[in-house]
Design a protein around this ligand. Sequence first.
Ligand code: 5CA
Length: 439
Amino acid sequence: MRLSGYFMPTMKETPAEAEIVSHRLMLRAGMIRQASAGIYSWLPLGLRVLKKIEQIVREEQDRAGAQEVLMPTIQSADLWKESGRYDAYGPEMLRIEDRHGRDMLYGPTNEELITEIFRASVKSYRDLPRMLYHIQWKFRDEVRPRFGVMRGREFLMKDNYSFDLDYAGAKRSYNKMFVAYLRTFARLGLQAIPMVAETGPIGGDLSHEFIILSDTGESEVFCHRDFVDFDVLGASIDYESDLEPVVEAWTKLYARTDDKHDAAAFEDQVPEDKRVHRRGIEVGHIFYFGTKYSDPLKALVATPEGEPVAVHMGSYGIGVSRLVGAVIEASHDDNGIIWPEPVAPFRVGLINLKTADAACTKACEETYAKLQDAGIEVLYDDRDERAGTKFNDMDLIGLPWQLVIGPRGLGKGVVELKRRAGGEREELSLEAALVRLTG
Ligand code: 5CA
């Protein structure tokens, strides 16, 4: 992509309305634009990151055996009246009346709709277990939308729903998602800690929130310090094996959000020098709620004995759009964003220091073509701007590698390669730089 023609409206000034760094940087880097309170348009740079995160989330859901569907954003109120949540959900639900006077709503979550899809076609234990997920925009009319995409009113969520014959099966599904979440967040470059959590309007009695420790997080959390160094991706995972030992290893240490915090147990179980009391960002939340929805909605299956029983369900959410902000909170410096490679909008920023210099531009154009041919995502700053502006913009948008080509270096046969994280710079030949980036 050539920056000269790319729609990336960066800003120099710090937007006054943005209270936390990720919101400021997303606005300054031209990733998003507010449409109304808590509702954002995603501009090209932001959308690329959102799609990368979405794809990693999708791959890990698929790997764990879940199947993707797509349910609508607008739902009929009828099912919510059947489950009893239409009244219980309160003013966070955006209620709409269609031209025929029918009650509709913009889905804040999908337990009812997925249960209806399930009950219409699954009748026997033989068709279990099943896990169905979708990645869809949700709307919750939050009292206080804030911090940009962190607490939006419209936001992108991955929500998965599991269906099992009994508690034992449901726990196996819960464990699969638990492990899939650890892998997902680790692939995004984040250390997420599973914490015992309150279930709120989704319900149920077994629930974990996945929390990224961060001073700007909205949750108050308490946990054992050893979580910070747990390795996730080292071990390969067979989702059909017994995952209970993995889940036990990750839940035996104390980790709770404030509504589940027990000061005496914390002091009892965690030595003083290991006690972490901080703020955190909730990037995922998983629930087992048994037959809370299948009972009222009559999602029944026949057991091997032919007995009809309500299926045991769980639901599993990831805040996909919130994660864009969470990654930035975890990875930035004074100059801007530092994208972890797996979610970076482009891998390389190619800077032409002097577009008016024919030899420099020729070298840049050839390099741009070679990187693209090698399948590298590259943003080529071919604008007629001062070098300082180009460096600042490149640091702001945080691509993992900067390849800087200028007439002076070319005269000596070298270009400069800078790693955004850490800031190391190296002078090397253009060929060596290309090998480094494509190898
Ligand atoms: N149905 C269940 C799980 S599928 C559910 O809705 N869970 S939830 O309410 O905990 O939401 C799942 C995830 O969505 C949260 O962990 C959080 O990361 C994200 N999320 C929730 N509310 C917002 C919001 N207002 N803005 C951005 N992300 C949000």
